[in-house]
Design a binder for this molecule. Sequence first.
Ligand code: SF4
Ligand code: SF4
Length: 375
Amino acid sequence: MPEYTLRIRRFDPLSGEAAYWDEHFIEMEEHNSVLDGILKVKDEKDGSIGIRCSCQQGICGSCAVRINGKPGLACNTHLEEAAHRGHGVGWNPPAPDDTSSGEGLKLPEIMVEPMGNMPVIRDLIVDMDAVHWRKIQRVTPWLINREPVPEREYIVPHANMVDVTQPMSCIQCGACVSDCLSMEIDPLFIGPAALAKAYRFVGDPRDAQHRERLFDLAEDPHGIYDCTHCFNCVDACPKGVDPMNQIMRLRRIAGTDYDIEDRNNGYRHEHAFVKNIRRNGLLHESDLLADSYGGKFNPAAGRELVSSLPTGIKGLARRKMTPKTALMHPHKAPKPVSQTFDRIEGRDQRVELNLYVSGYEDDEPADETESEERR
Ligand code: SF4
Ligand code: SF4
């Protein structure tokens, strides 16, 4: 049976001691989960290990931790998969009798830590109330009915329901919050899970306050324009909720459908970005700043340009740019770039991809054989 080294991050705030790594050797099947491994150690060696878990089926979301540096559900991650995590492409576990390093038998290593961006209560247990649930409450996580309330049930069109199925699949595990880069810099950022929740109601035609919700999230300096598109939440989510995509949808609806121009300049910055690429083919940073603040001659742009001078000087000193690239337009977008923009902007309707659910329950089978197979 395969053997693994399980290293668990331990911390007890009441002890006054610093956090430390607790190492155990386990012998378990490779398809057993990381949670199985932790519970085995807890049962057989040290009952004081703190871990929160419940269903052990990837449904309740309570056992989210960081495994070899990446967030995920401990019950949903096989030991063998975990042992390969964080070691990079092409890494092979050492052979069982490999002692070439001179350090004796080397086993595949699985390091388990508590999630990030949340305070640790004990060992692998983090305070979800202090961060995750507080942020969920921030986005009014319930449906606000249209008035008058219909006398019969409100039938939602199938397409709308498919559209919100993705954010509805969230199990509130907090894995996306754990690795959100924006939240690391700005702990007040509403964050991926809560903003995905917000889209769940903005995408629901029964909700009466789409505009109010969007205005609120756009105007908040820690709202939809605070996301830096790092994709960490997309990678972290065990349920394919794709929180970053839900945030981008909120932005598109706020800016394009409701013409909300936020005081944080998020909307203008996004449009300046598109204009910049359309014109230059490549991002031209010094133009971007001015465009984001209403053009070179806008007083707000002047103020921003002056305040960013130290960064510009540093860039010149480190040869990240030259006076020519900073002040002139060395690039011009090739024709296919502007053609692509024309094609996308010329569409009658915005195309939103929802790759989570496809097909309809009442799709007709393509042929007799398929119909037979279904039966
Ligand atoms: S894409 Fe945005 S919301 Fe998601 S982890 Fe990165 S910064 Fe956070
Ligand atoms: S969006 Fe995904 S990772 Fe984030 S809390 Fe929901 S299920 Fe967990």
